[in-house]
Design a protein around this ligand. Structure first.
Ligand SMILES: Cc1ncc(COP(=O)(O)O)c(C=O)c1O
Length: 374
């Protein structure tokens, strides 16, 4: 099996697996219990909090553990709103952010969705225009660091500065950037979303890291875990894995940089292929994360091409994993390059373990699929 879907999720790093296996033996107790077993379990939770605080450059008291990136985005976007005010958000955000924004719109918040350029960028000028049109009313600007489908790097630092000058808070969904690109991209935002499973940690755990003074509103009612902001018993075993994943993510950009050459080789090979409706087209031509290639293959439906490649043992996707199984074309690509190209798109995302041989084998698999279709 050739796994080229690292943006959907990444395999557990060996040291993460080791930490989790060990925590299964010693950290099974309830981390809220005050006795020794509970305190041991709690040490895993607090160690994860510390590692996340370092990754996001926030105070350890300002890290709230969640069930993943989705819940973190829900919490972060709701933070400054009580039924009024303006939210400015990129139209290419992950559904967990965009759908939260659309829910807020039904609750009295004015939501401005900023459209991307054809190259996949939420332009600083477009954010500036939205801030100007709603001067003094914008409470939050939310733009992710790296797009999950195209890998396009967003101008998050410039946007953060602009938002701050306009008196708004800034949220940065760093789920696809952390562990893969330099930390500067998301550091400095008031609210940062992270998910362990994209860092080679476990699924089902994530975090909102915020700068001091930003208050979150609980989505759930219950106990006092996570200072009451996120009630519910934390999973110490998942936290043991998250701690290791977050620490290794600090060196992630250096590990990912060499993948660019492999990605470029794969992309160049695919661009030389003839698919039934003409040559493939790259989606997201702005500067990108080094491991992502999103291509439209004219004459194909993305999900059909993915299925044909799956039969060849190649795992890729035609959109974000959370939309898998729906017939809808990617909203990200639809906004960038239109419906037609979105329908025929396939995302390839490489990772730290991808080898040159795998790239060669993936190209051969594509070639066989195309040859059968011509
Ligand atoms: C950019 C981005 N944000 C948020 C999420 C949601 O994270 P989770 O799967 O942990 O809920 C994802 C998952 O693909 C993502 O790519």
């Amino acid at each position: 099996m050739l796994y080229l879907d690292w943006n959907a999720t990444a395999p557990l790093a060996p040291e993460v697996r080791e930490a989790m296996t060990s925590a299964m033996g010693s950290g099974w107790a309830n981390p809220a219990s005050v006795h020794a077993a509970g305190r041991r379990a709690r040490s895993f939770v607090e160690d994860a909090r510390q590692a996340i605080a370092e990754l996001a450059a926030v105070d350890v008291r300002d890290v709230v553990l969640t069930s993943g990136g989705t819940e973190a985005n829900n919490l972060a976007l709701r933070a400054p709103f009580h039924g009024s005010g303006v939210l400015v958000i990129g139209a290419t955000e992950h559904p967990s952010a965009l759908k939260t924004a659309r829910a807020l719109a039904t609750e009295g918040v004015t939501v401005v969705e900023v459209q991307p350029s054809e190259r996949g960028v939420i332009e600083v000028a477009a954010i500036a225009a939205a801030l100007e049109a709603h001067a003094g009313q914008v409470r939050l600007v939310s733009v992710q660091a790296v797009n999950h489908e195209t890998g396009v790097i967003q101008p998050s630092r410039a946007i953060a500065q602009l938002a701050r000058d306009a008196g708004a808070l800034v949220h940065c969904d760093a789920v696809q950037a952390a562990g893969r690109l330099p930390e500067e991209l998301w550091r400095g935002a008031d609210l940062v979303t992270l998910a362990a499973h994209k860092l080679r940690g476990p699924k089902g755990v994530g975090a909102v890291a915020s700068l001091c003074g930003v208050k979150l509103q609980p989505l759930l009612r219950g106990g006092d875990q996570e200072r009451g902001v996120r009630p519910g018993t934390q999973d110490p075993i998942a936290c043991a894995g998250f701690a290791v994943a977050a620490r290794r993510a600090l060196g992630g950009a250096a590990r990912y940089a060499p993948i660019e050459a492999l990605r470029d080789r794969l992309e160049a090979g695919l661009l030389r292929e003839r698919s039934p409706g003409g040559p493939p087209i790259v989606n997201g031509t702005a500067p990108r994360a080094p491991h992502v290639s999103n291509l439209s293959f004219p004459g194909w439906l993305g999900p059909e091409l993915c299925a044909a490649l799956d039969l060849e043992g190649v795992c890729v996707s035609s959109g974000s994993a959370c939309s898998a199984g729906t017939a809808d074309p990617s909203p990200v690509l639809s906004a960038m390059v239109g419906l037609e190209r979105a329908r025929s798109a396939v995302r390839l995302s490489l990772g730290e373990d991808t080898t040159e041989l795998e790239v060669v084998e993936a190209l051969a698999a594509f070639h066989r699929v195309f040859a059968r279709a011509l």
